[in-house]
Design a protein around this ligand. Structure first.
Ligand code: SAM
Length: 316
């Protein structure tokens, strides 16, 4: 329900355009969501049992036919996912950086005519059925290697995310800004939180390919779907223009931040030791943790890329 997506939704369903023109906001909103409902249905079909779906969505405010209203996309999508039988899990509020001076809406300082500003988006989290089991030795080993640090858990599993400067800017360019791309940090965290190394991440709304990039630097496979064909070359160019060093920077930062955490807390105040890195960790679950290092990547086809990995070394 923000103007930038009107044309796309109207091209598929001309009734959307008509409803917008006639000021029928609820009708336009519902018909736009019918298009998204079809995507959620496919997403549910593609997920493995116990797999996790994360949906980044913002609500919208809009005046149509002279009526100002909130269009609560997050609530409409939760209802759609529940209808598909997905389990709704606790969600994340992503607090977006806003510095617009005129961000307040409505009638100034006089009650009750002003509206609060939307300064966050949601990351809705769903699971297909019950929790996954990891019965086989190899599956358990990969899961243990994919552990995150205790101090990352404390930050990542908070329900309020606010990215700092570097996390916000990582991978930014003009095309990404124009296309409502989210910062790399957003899919990066979700991928470490909800998937195991070697698994496959599906992004049905690829845009400029941020999720694919986050999957590549996380040692996960990924599949991206996008309706605008012109974004293919933008995604390709982004990958081609990024060096291995830049790609590995985020995983490297995890190691650096852990070493900083150890130094700040005092190495003698840890009970456990990571077997691979030979550094202290807070819990037993982190002793097999290993971070992937992307060592090379090659294009296999115009839109297919293959990465080769080793284990990231703590050599700084
Ligand atoms: C907000 S952008 C995603 C941005 C992305 N998260 C990024 O960081 O680059 C949403 C994308 O979904 C695409 N899209 C919209 N409807 C679609 C559909 N039914 N199937 C596939 N892609 C779709 C749009 O063209 C747009 O590029």
């Amino acid at each position: 329900m923000i103007a930038m997506w009107d044309a796309g939704f109207s091209a598929v369903d001309p009734e959307v355009e008509r409803a917008l023109e006639q000021g029928q906001g609820q009708m336009a909103f519902e018909r736009m969501h019918w298009q998204l409902d079809a995507v959620w249905k496919e997403m549910e079909r593609c997920l493995v049992p116990g797999g996790i779906a994360c949906i980044n969505i913002g609500d919208a405010t809009r005046t149509l036919g002279g009526v100002f209203s909130l269009y609560a996309n997050h609530a409409r999508i939760i209802a759609a996912m529940e209808r598909l039988g997905m389990r709704c899990l606790p969600l994340i509020l992503w607090r977006k950086p806003t510095n617009a001076p005129n961000k307040f809406m409505g009638s100034g300082m006089l009650p009750p005519g002003a509206y609060v500003t939307l300064e966050h988006e949601y990351v809705l989290v769903f699971r297909k059925g019950d929790k996954r089991g990891f019965a086989k030795t190899k599956a358990r080993e990969l899961r243990n290697q994919s552990a995150y640090f205790w101090e990352e858990r404390n930050q990542w599993f908070s329900d309020l995310w606010e990215f700092r400067g570097a996390q916000q800017k990582m991978g930014r360019n003009a095309a990404r800004t124009r296309s409502a791309a989210f910062p790399l940090e957003l899919p990066f965290r979700l991928i470490q939180m909800y998937s195991v190394a070697g698994e496959t991440v599906l992004d049905p709304f690829a845009g400029t390919g941020t999720t694919a990039l986050a999957a590549l630097v996380s040692g996960r496979n990924s599949l991206s779907v996008e309706v605008q064909p012109e974004l293919r070359s933008i995604i390709r160019d982004t990958f081609a223009a990024t060096t291995l060093e830049q790609l590995n920077a985020r995983q490297r930062l995890r190691l650096q931040e852990h070493l900083d955490f150890v130094a700040a807390r005092g190495a003698d105040r840890f009970k456990h030791h990571n077997a691979f890195y030979d550094f202290p960790v807070m819990t037993r679950q982190e002793i097999q943790l290993q971070l992937p290092a992307l060592e090379a990547f090659q294009w296999q086809a115009a839109d297919q890329l293959e990465g080769h990995y080793g284990v990231l070394k703590a050599d700084f």
